[in-house]
Ligand binder design. Structure first.
Ligand code: HEM
Ligand SMILES: *[C@@H]1O[C@H](CO)[C@@H](O)[C@H](O)[C@H]1NC(C)=O
Ligand SMILES: *[C@@H]1O[C@H](CO)[C@@H](O)[C@H](O)[C@H]1NC(C)=O
Ligand SMILES: *[C@@H]1O[C@H](CO)[C@@H](O)[C@H](O)[C@H]1NC(C)=O
Ligand SMILES: *[C@@H]1O[C@H](CO)[C@@H](O)[C@H](O)[C@H]1NC(C)=O
Ligand SMILES: *[C@@H]1O[C@H](CO)[C@@H](O)[C@H](O)[C@H]1NC(C)=O
Ligand SMILES: *[C@@H]1O[C@H](CO)[C@@H](O)[C@H](O)[C@H]1NC(C)=O
Length: 317
């Protein structure tokens, strides 16, 4: 080899090894250590979504609820036990978040193929992307290299995950606290184009708000009484709850958002123009959604030697 190439070669090898341990996520993180990671996760997600389309929605939400509580660190996956209280039973998660068995199955396969290499936090990030694609939404390159927490915080889960009763200013503050903008708020809320919500989550909107289509409110009230039936589910997008499309935004423009927080995005503020744009231009919505998902996935990851690679996503090593 010509000797003038050596410094260049050195630089390439050096920067590749630095990338793995310094402060940045990268789509290539597992290229050498677990080249099959993407196909293994995709296979697991595909099997689960084939069995139940809603599981795609549940997996997207798991990544969101992980990232908003002290960063994307797999903390939501830790089980409570006699000596440990985690996030699963926090108010926004209890009897609501789901998909843990799907993550367990994927993790078990990864442990067979590349033991102690792929973090649970990264599984959530990849599964969210794969779920979105499988239900018809956009794709993006998932950045990887997050490590798993050795702690969880029920208090932070109670306080950092936005409640469905918030108004637009409180929603903006909640997202700003994570470094996310108005555009991120509107684009990411577009994932309510898939999945379901419980009566207890949409009751305040259908009984107490005036910014809702009257016949839509009435039909929901017939399924969700003022008292009782807390766990009756309704689709967040009443038109196509298993397709990742932009009809969610059409619904908002017809005053048919299910949650108060959905309709707050089209209620006479500067969010309205984004809703209108995404309703009329689905490819713009898809592009912005992908960008915002990458941004959300970048929230405070544990890197380098911080945290650990959990062997069982439910338990600290
Ligand atoms: C803007 C603030 C948000 C609020 C207040 C909110 C609130 C909620 C609530 C209350 C539910 C129903 C839970 C239940 O009743 O069990 C829900 C479901 C869901 N949320 Fe959000 N959410 C927000 C943002 C997001 C974001 C940023 C994402 C993802 C990027 C997301 C993805 C989902 C999905 C996919 C579902 C359906 C889950 C399923 O069917 O299992 N949400 N959300
Ligand atoms: C979570 O839900 C279960 C079942 O409804 C309930 O028994 C438990 O008290 C709830 N936990 C918390 C912390 O609210
Ligand atoms: C979090 O919310 C749950 C359920 O409402 C409640 O039981 C618990 O006391 C709260 N915990 C903290 C630490 O805020
Ligand atoms: C939004 O909610 C916050 C907190 O509940 C409240 O202080 C504020 O007045 C509300 N803002 C509007 C514009 O309704
Ligand atoms: C509606 O608002 C009233 C007054 O603030 C409150 O007491 C009630 O609990 C609310 N109802 C629902 C279903 O949220
Ligand atoms: C929506 O806008 C109306 C009119 O500006 C306002 O009174 C209301 O507080 C806003 N939010 C909700 C949830 O109705
Ligand atoms: C309880 O959970 C914590 C956190 O995952 C773990 O460190 C601890 O070993 C668990 N205890 C038992 C008895 O499983």
């Amino acid at each position: 080899m010509a000797h003038y190439l050596l410094p260049i070669l050195f630089l390439i090898v050096y920067s590749a090894s630095v990338e793995a341990s310094d402060g940045k996520l990268s789509p290539k993180f597992y290229d050498c250590t677990c080249p099959k990671v993407l196909s293994i996760v995709k296979e697991g997600v595909a099997a689960a979504v084939k069995k139940e389309a809603r599981m795609g929605a549940s997996l997207v939400r798991l990544h969101f609820h992980d990232c908003f509580v002290n960063g994307c660190d797999g903390s939501i996956l830790l089980d409570d036990n006699a000596t440990f209280i985690g996030e699963k039973t926090a108010a926004p998660n209890n009897n609501s978040v789901r998909g843990f068995e799907v993550v367990d199955d994927i993790k078990a396969k990864l442990e067979k193929t590349c033991p102690a290499v792929v973090s649970c936090a990264d599984i959530l990030a990849i599964a969210a992307r794969d779920s979105t694609v499988l239900l018809g939404g956009p794709s993006w390159k998932v950045k990887l290299g997050r490590r798993d927490s050795t702690t969880a915080s029920r208090a932070a889960a109670n306080n950092s995950i936005p409640a469905p009763t918030l108004n637009i200013s409180a929603l903006l503050s909640s997202f700003a606290a994570q470094g996310l903008s108005l555009k991120d708020l509107v684009a990411l809320s577009g994932s309510h184009t898939i999945g379901l919500a419980r009566c207890t989550s949409f009751r305040p909107h259908i009984y107490n708000d005036s910014n809702i289509d009257a016949s839509f409110a009435k039909s929901l009230q017939s399924k969700c009484p003022k008292i009782g039936n807390d766990n009756v589910h309704q689709p967040l997008d009443f038109q196509t709850p298993t397709s990742f499309d932009n009809l969610y935004f059409h619904n908002l423009m017809k005053m048919k958002g299910l949650l108060r927080t959905d309709q707050e995005l089209f209620n006479g503020t500067s969010a309205d123009s984004l809703v209108e744009k995404y309703a009329s231009d689905s490819s713009k919505f898809f592009k912005d959604f992908a960008k915002s998902m990458i941004k959300m996935g970048n929230i405070k990851p544990l890197l380098g030697s911080s945290g650990e690679i959990r062997i069982n996503c439910r338990k600290v090593n």
